[in-house]
Ligand binder design. Sequence first.
Ligand SMILES: Nc1ncnc2c1ncn2[C@@H]1O[C@H](COP(=O)(O)OP(=O)(O)OP(=O)(O)O)[C@@H](O)[C@H]1O
Ligand SMILES: [Mg+2]
Length: 359
Amino acid sequence: MSSFNPRLPYNSLLLPPDNDKIETIAILKQETNAAAALAELKGLANIIPNQAILINAIVLQEAKDSSEIENIITTRDELYKALSTTLKKYDPATKEVMYYREALNEGSQKVSQRNLISLSDIIHLQQTIVKNDAGIRKLPGTALVNDTTEEVIYTPPSGEDIILTLMTNFVEYLNNVERSLTKLAVLHYQFESIHPFYDGNGRTGRIINILYLLLKGYLDTPILYLSSYIIKNKAQYYRLLREVTNEAAWEPWILFILQGIEETSHETIIKIKHIKELLEQTIEKVRRQAPKIYSKELVETLFVNPYCKVEFITKSIGVERKAASRYLHQLADIGVLTAYKAGKENIFINAALIDILKQ
Ligand SMILES: Nc1ncnc2c1ncn2[C@@H]1O[C@H](COP(=O)(O)OP(=O)(O)OP(=O)(O)O)[C@@H](O)[C@H]1O
Ligand SMILES: [Mg+2]
């Protein structure tokens, strides 16, 4: 048993355990279920013709939920508005969600280009999230504190050398470990326990979870909505992390993460099916009621940008502003969009899609 004291830097944090310590029968069984759900999600994503629709919709929600762990409450409405206007006008909470989304998108692109996640990629992710360049912790004093009791629950390793050694091992393991969702759970514990940054470790760690799924080919695009599960079960999540440290209780922790992957895969599958149905209904409706302006690209644009404005249409289908504006008004007339004014600008909302995303 480790001599763990939550108030002292946990410099005896071990490297990830060997397989014989973590591959129990219950874990192997749950790994199979989680992998099957994820495989179904991966396949199903292709029923949506334009992947930008899913990436935009799901990444934004993931960003919102993940940021909410920090007690940021930003309504989806604000977020979609922020997407269609300049960010400058928005409150700090909305900006924070946008930075998370930016980090997740950048990270995903890098993984698909290079099939690798480096330490500097991770440092860059955290920088994008917190918008400062402090980087890896150099000074002592970082501790995790219970919000209500203010009691110290965990003090991560202290000393730049130790942190760098642990992070080098982490990156090695992340890239070279065999494809396994159980290993994702191990990696997530390891990252949070190293806690390499002064702040943003939770959010950076949750992005790394999604990037791991891309890196190992579990998904082609970052469409799993895993942070919602972590937030919903935050108390349990915190307790299980602590129990790995205190009691080497790997099994309940790993099962918790594997169940999360299975559950959120199923939830995301349902969401994708609803989006697909709505897309088909909308195509039919525009084809019938506004045949002169109908094109598949036009309708898809309303799904890529649930808050649409004239310039999105001019860009996506290459028509003049005047025509684009006429198209949008006509789509509002037939009830596909809802028009509203934001300052001088007209915004057109795909309300049915927003409803699905909110569910
Ligand atoms: N006992 C623990 N051991 C290791 N890591 C922990 C423990 N309890 C919580 N954590 C991790 O620490 C994270 C919080 O750290 P930090 O404040 O740096 O991240 P954040 O991104 O700013 O916050 P949040 O995760 O709350 O959004 C939690 O999300 C969790 O992953
Ligand atoms: Mg924090």
